[in-house]
Write a protein that binds this ligand. Structure first.
Ligand SMILES: Nc1ncnc2c1ncn2[C@@H]1O[C@H](COP(=O)(O)OP(=O)(O)O)[C@@H](O)[C@H]1O
Ligand SMILES: [Mg+2]
Length: 393
């Protein structure tokens, strides 16, 4: 069986609900000739472009042990959340034998792979790793955006369950935030995952060793990330960050941590109450004892000077906001157009055309393109090439 390995500019076809869509693999920004692939703990994510529409997508190819049939239902359920602020990555399709038989038979690696929109921006992981700087008002903006997204989830009784640097993408201009890696989202009535998420090192509450899949699963990780973001303007915080997270994983909730007072002081420059919220999370025995995300949101709004916009005001660029399923936007409005690029190997044939966005319940799935294009040639067979740079959770 051919493995699904992509090099930059490889073209390949995905068959989804009897439609054949041609994609091209984007080149890694720092590695000419190599596909833009990012390896996480459960999957490798490729940046690919629909050759007809020039829209960018993320193709999340699950590692073998994470190819779980339950992903079919999970993705279906997530689609209903895709209009919630910060959850655009829920607009997705899972490749299964039913939806994509020819593709997954040819490339078994693609069984339960997930196709979703590519979200532009920087991950928080990248920012910490590169010690990227933030001005004080921007740190506050970023913290407000994250608090706002997490508060909204909390208000809907949802939790992401793995708030970590690699799972949070922000726009460096507007500071709007999108959460990715949403397969383990908790919600009322959702089926408990076979492997309950444990969170990611550097953001794990001491009780998370037994798994964190509950309404309050984001309280501790959210507090740590909010503190990282808010404190990042301070060079003492950046200079003393442990690595890809501010805290060394074993240091979390340790009363002797020397990094803790540095971060807390940076928060207190905004407001003493923010330091107290962090302290409550730090000392908590149970997740539920951590401050709610609504509390963070409230105190951040109070801390923000009038010239810092309090809540996320800009609409996400790809989906309408609001709890009620909105009508689908017109074709072509939901994904960010970006420069082209390419990858992998697949079979011939092809159809292309604008991809419609599925806003939510009842509307057609977003990958259902309109016109059918001419068949494409067999994709180039390129040897697998490892992504040299990206390693994220
Ligand atoms: N929709 C997306 N848009 C842009 N980048 C993405 C998207 N999904 C994933 N990524 C990138 O791929 C990385 C790994 O994806 P993720 O879903 O977190 O995989 P894992 O479950 O293995 O942790 C992320 O840290 C992010 O950099
Ligand atoms: Mg991840």
């Amino acid at each position: 069986m051919p493995t699904f390995d992509l090099s930059a500019d490889d073209r390949f076809i995905l068959e989804i609900d009897a439609q054949r869509i041609e994609f091209i693999a984007r080149e890694h920004p720092n590695a000419p000739g190599i596909a833009h692939a990012i390896e996480g703990g459960k999957a490798t994510v490729y940046r690919v472009t629909d050759t007809a529409t020039q829209k960018d997508y993320a193709l999340k190819v699950m590692k073998q042990q994470h190819r779980d049939p339950a992903l079919t239902d999970i993705c279906q359920r997530l689609r209903a959340l895709s209009t919630v602020r910060g959850l655009a990555a829920c607009d997705r399709v899972c490749l299964t034998d039913a939806s994509s038989g020819p593709t997954v038979r040819r490339y078994p690696d693609l069984r339960y792979a997930i196709l979703m929109q590519w979200i532009t921006g920087r991950t928080w992981f990248d920012t910490i790793r590169s010690r990227g700087q933030l001005r004080m008002p921007d740190a506050l903006r970023l913290g407000l955006r994250l608090a706002s997204v997490l508060d909204e989830l909390e208000g809907r009784k949802l939790s992401h369950c793995d708030i970590a640097g690699g799972n949070v993408i922000f726009d460096p201009t507007t500071f709007e935030i999108e959460l990715i890696d949403v397969e383990d989202v908790y919600g009322p009535g959702f089926e408990r995952p076979r492997a309950v998420p444990l969170g990611t090192q550097g953001y794990q509450h001491r009780k998370s060793a037994g798994g964190q899949w509950s309404a309050d699963a984001d309280r501790f990780a959210g507090a740590v990330m909010l503190a990282e973001m808010l404190g990042w303007y301070d060079h003492r915080v950046r200079d003393n960050a442990w690595g890809e997270t501010y805290f060394e994983p074993d240091e979390l909730q340790d009363e002797n941590s020397w990094r803790y007072p540095i971060l807390r002081r940076a928060l207190e420059a905004f407001s003493l109450s923010l330091g107290i919220l962090l302290e409550r999370a730090w000392r908590s025995i149970e997740l539920a004892e951590c401050p709610s995300l609504a509390e963070w949101q409230r105190h951040l709004e109070t801390a923000a000077p009038p010239d810092v916009d309090r809540r996320s005001v800009a609409k996400p660029r790809w989906v309408p906001l609001g709890p009620v399923p909105p009508p689908p936007p017109p074709p072509g409005t939901t994904f960010l157009p970006l420069p082209i690029e390419s990858i992998a190997n697949t079979s011939a044939g092809g159809w292309t055309g604008p991809i419609e966005h599925d806003a939510m319940h009842g509307s057609p799935p977003f990958w259902k393109a309109l016109p059918v294009a001419a068949a494409s040639a067999d994709p180039p067979s390129s040897p697998a090439q490892p992504d040299p740079t990206d390693r994220r959770t």
